[in-house]
Design a protein around this ligand. Structure first.
Ligand code: IPE
Ligand code: IPE
Ligand code: MG
Length: 254
C-alpha cells in the first residue's frame, strides 16, 4: 500500500560531506489517507512504517544525528482528542516493536520535548528504550514529541532566570552558549539539513534555535510515501549547496 514513489529496494544512501545532523518534519499523513479515502489515523500508521525505514536507511549509511518531528506542542492541544490518543498509542507500540531495530543498528534513542505531560505508560516505554540504548554509539535518533521550538527557548530562559536569581550566573555572562547549555538536549549539534515532506514552506515551530544556518529541502511527497528516492534527492541537493554561514565562499570569492 505504501507509495509507488518509495523505491525501497536494497539501496545504500550516500551521506554528503558536512551533513552531520538531518532533521525531518514528517508531514502529510492525513493527506495521504484522505487521498485514498481512508481515515487520518491510517496515514499515521503508515507513517510509523516510514519512520522505521528511514531510520534504518540513515543508520546504515552512517549518519550521525537524525531528529524526527513526530508531535508538536500545537498538535498535542489542537488535534481532536481521539487523534492524539491514537498517536500516543502508536508511539508506545512503535517504541516496543522497534526495540530490535534500534539495538541491531546500534542507535542511541532519545526524545526532545515535554514528554512529562504524556501518560505514564507511554513515558515508561520511552524511558526504557532511552536507557537500553544509552551506550549505543552509532546514530543518535531523536523523536521530537510534544515539542515546540518556542517552548524550548522559553524553558531555557526560565532556567537562566532561576540561575541568575539564585546567584549561580551573572547577567553579564549570559551569551549564546548559556542558552545552548539549557536547551532540551544541549549536546545536540545544529541542524545541517532540514527536510519537510508534503510541500508546506514553513517551519511549524521546529528546532528554531538549531536551524539558524540549516539548509532547507522541501519535497511534495507525503510522509508515508517518503522513501529512498526522496532521500537520495535530498542528499544530492544538499551536496550542491554552498554553505556560507555569513562569510564568503572559498575559493570562488577569495
Ligand atoms: C504529520 O501529518 C503528522 C503529525 C503532525 C502528527 P499530519 O497529520 O499533519 O498530516 P496532514 O498535514 O494533515 O496531511
Ligand atoms: C508539523 O506539522 C508537526 C509535525 C510534523 C509533527 P503540522 O501539520 O502540525 O504543521 P502545520 O499545522 O501544517 O504548520
Ligand atoms: Mg500536517
Amino acid at each position: 500500500m505504501t507509495g509507488e514513489n518509495a523505491d525501497n529496494s536494497n539501496h545504500v544512501l550516500e551521506i554528503p560531506e558536512g551533513l552531520r545532523h538531518l532533521a525531518i518534519i514528517m508531514d502529510g499523513n492525513g493527506r495521504w489517507a484522505n487521498s485514498r479515502g481512508l481515515r487520518r489515523t491510517r496515514g499515521h500508521k503508515e507513517g510509523a512504517g516510514t519512520v522505521r525505514r528511514i531510520t534504518t536507511l540513515c543508520a546504515e549509511a552512517g549518519l550521525e544525528e537524525l531528529t524526527l518531528y513526530a508531535l508538536s506542542v500545537e498538535n498535542y492541544v489542537k488535534r481532536p482528542r481521539h487523534e492524539v490518543e491514537f498517536l500516543l498509542a502508536l508511539l508506545k507500540r512503535f517504541v516496543i516493536r522497534e526495540r530490535a531495530t534500534i539495538m541491531d543498528n546500534n542507535i542511541q534513542f532519545r526524545t526532545l520535548g515535554r514528554t512529562e505531560e504524556f501518560p505514564r505508560s507511554v513515558r515508561h516505554e520511552l524511558e526504557k528504550l532511552r536507557d537500553l540504548s544509552s551506550t549505543n554509539d552509532g546514530m543518535t535518533l531523536r523523536l521530537a514529541l510534544n515539542y515546540g521550538g518556542r517552548s524550548e527557548i522559553a524553558d531555557a530562559a526560565k532556567c537562566i532566570a532561576l540561575d541568575v536569581k539564585e546567584g549561580r550566573l551573572a547577567v553579564e555572562d549570559v551569551d549564546e552558549q548559556t542558552i545552548q547549555d539549557r536547551l532540551y538536549d544541549p549536546l545536540m549539534p545544529d541542524v545541517d539539513l532540514l527536510v519537510r515532506t508534503a510541500g508546506e514552506l514553513r517551519v511549524s515551530n521546529f528546532l528554531l534555535w538549531q536551524i539558524s544556518y540549516g539548509e532547507i529541502f522541501v519535497c511534495d511527497t507525503y510522509w508515508p510515501d517518503f522513501g529512498n528516492k526522496d532521500m537520495t534527492q535530498a542528499m544530492l541537493n544538499y551536496g550542491s549547496r554552498n554553505r556560507k554561514f555569513g562569510g564568503l565562499v572559498r575559493p570562488v570569492d577569495a
